[in-house]
Design a protein around this ligand. Structure first.
Ligand SMILES: O=C(O)CCC(=O)C(=O)O
Ligand SMILES: [Fe+2]
Length: 342
């Protein structure tokens, strides 16, 4: 345990927000008129924002504070959200779903995202779509990607390739994950480990190494497949932890972290180990009608192994990558687009 910190420090906790039935029904009604949001994302976001802005002031402020302050939890579970009356089969090719008759789930995703910031997209992630269908695929079953199922997806952040060589700059501040369908066996668990709790659980020596530029992150699979035949595209040497002691930021790649020294290798193993400890990893089984708000800077997340059958009844989440502001990444905008980036 870190000796520089109080041994009596309280761990961070998952914020729980339950939407009352009446509010759920009012939001569902407002979202019933929503068309396919990819056709006019700004209009869809405005409509969904209006729907969620009708929440009572306490719950609304809880979500807004989650998005805007350093001292709030890194993960929040929102429950009793509206759902689509009829859900088509789960796509088995990484999405999107063709012919979905209503867009309530998409509206929920965009409404929650709009309270945190601006949904953004990248051409190498889900073909630049704003709404990511997170579904297991046969070809990706054992990969360290969101298409995996038959493997533990290690604790990571969602990062984005950047020409500067830093992959933790243009990436999302938040992920929003909305559950449309759970896995049949109920084995899929999403975990979140807050860097404040990680640091507390590690020795000072290991934290010092994690704060040194002894690591290189591999770019996400979508990028390495598109531009490097799947070979490594490494960042410049970076630390995995940065920022002030009371509110650290963490950056870990899912697609591989190269350790530059034996000490860095040990520190990385320690990091992954403590994230799995019950006093650090906060675990949730997402079910339809619940969504997870994930701060992608305050902590890392993982997903357990689960069964996939590729028969239309598999687990199905929808996800946005959300930034507080799009301004800093404007030079990466695809010409003619307002939200899609290279
Ligand atoms: O499937 C999950 O629960 C999380 C997957 C994941 O890491 C992601 O969508 O970024
Ligand atoms: Fe992820």
């Amino acid at each position: 345990m870190s000796t520089t910190q109080s041994a009596h420090r309280e761990p961070t906790h998952m914020l729980h927000i339950r939407i009352p039935d009446e509010a759920r029904d009012a939001i569902a009604e407002a979202l019933s008129v929503l068309g396919n949001p990819e056709l006019d994302p700004d209009r869809a976001l405005t409509l969904a924002h209006k729907a969620f802005a009708t929440l009572d002031i306490d719950r609304l402020q809880d979500i807004l504070d989650f998005g805007r302050h350093a001292d709030t939890p890194g993960v929040a579970l929102v429950e009793n959200l509206p759902q689509d009356d009829k859900l088509p089969p789960t796509p088995n090719n990484g999405g999107p779903c063709e012919g979905k008759p209503t867009f309530v789930a998409e509206g929920v995703l965009l409404g929650l995202s709009s309270l945190l910031g601006e949904p953004t997209s990248f051409v190498t992630e889900k073909n630049g779509r704003l709404i990511h269908d997170i579904v297991p695929t046969e070809s990706g079953a054992t990969t360290q990607t969101s298409e995996g199922s038959d493997v533990f997806l290690n604790f990571h952040n969602d990062i984005v390739h950047d020409e500067s060589g830093r992959y933790d700059l243009s990436n999302p501040d938040f992920l929003v994950l909305n559950c449309l369908r759970k896995d049949r066996e109920g084995n899929a668990l999403t975990s979140y480990a807050d860097a404040r709790d990680i640091v507390h659980a590690l020795s000072d020596e290991v934290v010092d190494i994690l704060r040194s530029a002894s690591f290189q992150l591999n770019a996400p699979g979508g990028y390495t497949r598109a531009y490097a035949d799947g070979k490594e595209v490494l960042s410049v040497p970076v630390p995995l932890l940065g920022g002030p002691e009371e509110s650290p930021e963490i950056y870990v790649a899912a697609n591989g972290v190269k350790r530059l020294t034996p000490e860095a290798d040990h520190a990385f193993s320690e990091l992954q180990r403590v994230c799995r400890e019950p006093e650090v990893g906060q675990v949730v089984a997402l079910t339809p009608g619940s969504a997870l708000l994930v701060n992608n800077r305050k902590g890392v997340h993982s997903r357990s192994r689960f069964d996939a059958h590729f028969d239309g009844a598999d687990r199905w989440l929808q996800r946005t990558y959300t930034r507080r502001s799009l301004w800093a990444i404007r030079s990466q905008l695809v010409p003619g687009s307002r939200r899609t980036h290279r």
